[in-house]
Design a protein around this ligand. Sequence first.
Ligand code: PLP
Ligand code: COI
Length: 355
Amino acid sequence: MEIKKNLTPAPKAKPADESKLGFGHVFTDHMLIMPYDTGKGWHDPEIVPYGNISISPAAMCLHYGQTVFEGMKAYRTADNKIQLFRPEENFKRLNKSNERLVIPELPVDLAMQCLRELLEVDKDWVPTLDGTSLYIRPFIVAVDPFLGVRPGDQYLFMIVLSPSGAYYASGLNPVSIYVEDKYVRAVRGGMGFAKTGGNYAASLHSQDDAHKLNYSQVLWLDGVEQKYIEEVGAMNIFFVIDGEVVTPSLDAGSILGGITRKSTVELCKSWGMKVSERRISIQEVADAYDAGKLQEVFGTGTAAVISPVGHLKWGDKVMEINNNEIGPISQKIYDTLTGIQWGKVEDTFGWTVEL
Ligand code: PLP
Ligand code: COI
């Protein structure tokens, strides 16, 4: 499909100090926008100057949350190439979210073409400082001006780009996490596996409670018994217990299947480590801690990368993990994964895609 380009006559100044980027504050010069209409399909993709869009106040996404999104990154390598990490996995997952939210499928090839052409236009915005990247946010929203509850007939697919640094202010220093035993995020049969706004809306109250106690994120338990561990607000979770690397399995459909999670499992297996995707209860974690067998805990995510967990609070019990320091397994995964992403470590898996 041909992508029309209406480029800005007035490009913005790039951030002067990349060490102060933070996450998600700065946007590039352009964005991609492509409408969908029933009967016509996806049509007329266009790259336009980054800016506000106009939708009806009755647009369905504003009322009933028919939205999906993705999160991925473009990395600048030392030899000044730009590469993506498993981008097709993100667009396949977008389609899983679409299916759950009754949003029309977006062909992966078309999504990739949109992304590549947008990046080609704004590639100078991919930052250069160590640990920084261009965060990519593709999303789809229903925009029919209609107050009844039904799936939309009109959608917008958009991609915006944001040069970013670390997601957590603490960087690679361990984060403190609070185990939520009051609210739940998702249940079997719900939409926990989809990347849709409602899941994040469901998380806000707990996140606010956690912040008040100086914890940076919430660890969710299953929505039925509140016994089994699911995931963290913006990352999947791993435990190293007596040499076994454990992460909750995805079968209940209540956890987002992270691409960093999948890559971590594949990396650990390639190193011959014992890796299990299985049910794990918070009690098992507490028992392992008491027995001195809980070696490491870390989260995985595109924004969070590999994020060691230094404290885990469950009710009155506060577990300090590995003396609140990053452990050797988390460090090895971090070094290898980021090494592959930034082109410093040979990518024997074929995960990276050059722009
Ligand atoms: N879980 C949630 C709820 C997330 O928002 C994210 C971030 O995308 C992840 C897990 C990690 O997924 P990925 O590794 O694909 O970024
Ligand atoms: C990501 O890691 O890409 C995410 O989407 C996390 C986000 C909710 C900030």
